[in-house]
Design a protein around this ligand. Sequence first.
Ligand SMILES: Cc1ncc(COP(=O)(O)O)c(C=O)c1O
Length: 387
Amino acid sequence: MNIPFLDLKAQFREIEHEVLPMVKEAMENAAFIGGPQVSGFEAEFASFCESKYCVGVNSGTDALRFALLAAGVGPGDAVITVPHTFIATTEAISQVGAKPVFVDIDPKTYNMDPKKLEDYLSKRFKGNASGLQPSASSIEPRPKAVLPVHIYGQPADMDAIAAVAKKHNLLVIEDACQAHGALYKGKKAGSMGVAGCFSFYPGKNLGAYGEGGAVVTQSEDMANKIRMIRDHGQAKKYFHDMEGYNGRLDAIQAGVLRIKLRRLETWNEARRRNAKHYNELLSPVKGVTVPLEANGSRHVYHLYVILVDDRDGLQKYLNDKGIGTGLHYPVPLHLQKAYSHNGHKEGEFPVTESVAKRLLSLPMFPELTKAQIEYVAQSIKEFMKKS
Ligand SMILES: Cc1ncc(COP(=O)(O)O)c(C=O)c1O
């Protein structure tokens, strides 16, 4: 049996009859940038995310960059995030001129550990109502924001993070690029911070047929700023209040996203069913750790990630049997060459490092069949018995 890691072709067959006429109409009307598809999608996605505003942008990376800029983060600031994420999270921080600073993750959810966040802040900075003052020994820039990542589709512990952020006077910006429709204590991912940033990269739970992203926010001021930043710093054509970016969401991509958004809840439910089936088959297998859905959270399983000691051996075994797998992410960000100038050392973030060595992403998409899940689970059992 051949089981791809991700199958976007099956999904296209379901929506082809809506997508192709939409693309034809856009071409016939020469409506490519802005217009009713973009504003329509923004209204619908804001409502889906239980947020007052949504601004469509060109990618998740732009969403993060623009949210940070609109929040006033820049040179001289630090932004605290996790080393267990895709590099776009920290690229956005560096590219607005700030410094990414890491705290380790929780060993069960793989999300930011709020205790580590508090430890970091209380050791290096004295929190007070007027902001953070570096302690005498500190050479770190002043943290302005915390950027938790809802990794794999499960929200970080937002209440605990918000409490630490409040104590230390930090903004919270959510990297919800993997968590469309996830819930934290009944609240939508992206709706809890000053801004929530989404990616519509094709493989995401809500994916465009190209690049796309969005910022959702409850703040009109934030939304207005991001609208200007994404469009060369103009609110009125050729009247530029500042320099901005070419970071808009295309009309055709917005049209695709509107068609898919209507099905997102059904697709997320299918992912959850698939995860449940995997869990039933794999949790009894000795040596395999299945993902944990934290109390009060609704995981939307953008990725279904297990931990095993001989990860490389298992990956090869599965690949040889025609099963596609992924590694998200094999090298923690603090150990990437791109951040070698920061002088990080192995052992600095032990939970992230241990997870990175053992993680393996199994095939996960809504159309995955029971038989396919059973074949994957059976193959894992065979490997674990042999090793
Ligand atoms: C956690 C995380 N942050 C940011 C991004 C960046 O999104 P994009 O690829 O749309 O720029 C991604 C997507 O790959 C992601 O998974």
